[in-house]
Design a protein around this ligand. Sequence first.
Ligand code: BDP
Length: 673
Amino acid sequence: EDGHQLWLRPHPAAPVKVVATAKNSALLATARQELARGWQGPAGATVTLTLRPDKALKPDGFRLGPTSVQAATAAGLLYGAFELLRRQQTGQPVTTEVVNPSYERRLLNHWDNPDGSVERGYAGHSIFWRKDSSFVVTPRDKALWQAYARANASVGLNGSVLNNVNASPLILSAEYLGRARAIADVLRPYGVRVYLAVKFSSPVLLGGLKTADPLDPAVIKWWRGKVQEVYRQIPDFGGLLVKASSEGQPGPQDYGRTHADGANMLADALRPYGGLVMWRAFVYSPSDKDRAKQAYNEFKPLDGKFRDNVIVQVKNGPIDFQPREPFSPLFGALKKTSVMPEFQITQEYLGQAIDLVFLSTMWEECLRSDTYQAGPGSTVARCTDGSVYPQKHTAMAGVSNVGLDPNWTGQDFAQANWYAFGRLAWNNQLPSAQIADEWLKQTFANSAAGPRPATAADWNTNFLAPVTQLLLTSREAAVNYSMPLGLHHIMSATHAHYGPGPWWAPPGMRPDWTPPYYHQADASGVGFDRTTTGSNAVSQYHEPLAAQFNNPATCPDEYLLWFHHLPWDFKMKSGRSLWDELCAHYDLGVHQVRQFQQVWDQAQPYVDAERFAAVQDKLRTQSGNAVVWKDACLLYFQQFSHRPIPATVEPPMHTLEALITNDVQHKDAGPAN
Ligand code: BDP
């Protein structure tokens, strides 16, 4: 049992007859095949798939009944078939209902490089590109891409950006486009469209032009030709994703142009084919005193200046996928521009492929945050799915955690994050508890399982309930042992963002790439002052949030040190001093992971031996590393607080010196047993 089957484990299916009143198509064939493969309903049932126009349905939506799916598109029939199977497998009732997706485009962003490496990938090499840059498409490649597409379709994902946002110009060369076409051909029967990330200077680097100025006629012509070439290969190509004028990437600003100039030029090239531009708002430079403010400062003035086939892609928080950030103030603030949230599924800052962290609760927290931009109830979800502002196109993106590892994601439980992202992109109101329940049932209930054959009741009580609880608390635990109370960006740089590094600030380093820039610890206290008398980032939020965040008495504890620099003896809502509270959070995080270990140990009778041991091993490593986080941060901050670690907190078992100089952290989980 290597976990390769994901949540789509083979079952003994009951016989079913599928009758379709729809023109035959690849998508319909997939729907039929899936129903035949996984039917758990009444044996011998007849399922009808009906294609017909329906005003209540969005393109991918469907009407569901216990043995019927009606949709306006073949894709809708496929999603309906998967929904029916999911309900059967998870024991959810099927009533007659209309189901529509929250977003039109539900995309994975792969940070895969042309040489097969994956930026921030922790599950092996790229499933798309080869190390030896070979363009031969093997049957194995195809089988893998098909399994990938199937997994995506089963949770409603309908697009894949095949390469890294730090894009190589090579991706637009004939060989790579040829391979992209081969990938698109395999993904198409599952409704998954292909997109590419492009480097803004491609006209220079690939085309040999002297400039990439978006207003230059030769540049415009080059992109038009390139886009035409792409569509000749891939007629249903989805569009382009662009990281420009960001972290050293070229962009329109190199030519004195704006983000809108750059995005619109590409949008015009794509328009004849119905393609989209996803233009990232992840921009910052060392010149500004507060990195958290910059995306808003640059993009807010451009509101209304983008073509309607441009979507501005905004990371969930204003900085960078940290364990906890308040939502980006751009959500809701861009009122005349299509905006899409970007989440990071790969756990760059949340334990990579070691720590068990279920990210659904983090994304749910962001999606449910009220921006107040159009009155109460203007949540991030509603500001991006077209409910609050009309958007020609809507989308959500997640940075994929998929690689060539047999279990796809490195840590078996990281599969849950792929699953959760798809489900939330489909339905941005879905509670994480339901997502966890669904994933566990589909991933483990049918495992040819542990030594003890479990009755349903036994399994529900002794496996499902405790492990669901583990999933739902795992992200808060990670926040506790790494960056509690609004701390952020204090991870290790030497260990590629795994483990603590609050001290890291080599001479000459860009300050906004060093942890001390973010935690600002000194004798007077800790935290980044973003109040009206500090950087004033609070003012980018709509009232009543601005006032609430601005006042330490009303600012939620979760964001306290994000918005405030406070004295070590600041009195917290709990009555404790800030220092004691910080100590308590780190300590709690460590204890939470130990408790997860216990929960998992008790799950042994219900899980196959391989996955049990693999996860147990990862948890053991995580537990040790949580102690490293706690010791490192408490001992480091203690140099400024000059206060004792409370007696209720487990005393450090490392010295700060050893933590800084030695390689204590980041011992990867070895092979199981
Ligand atoms: C950062 C990653 C970096 C990415 C960047 C981005 O460390 O590898 O290129 O995000 O999103 O968090 O562009």
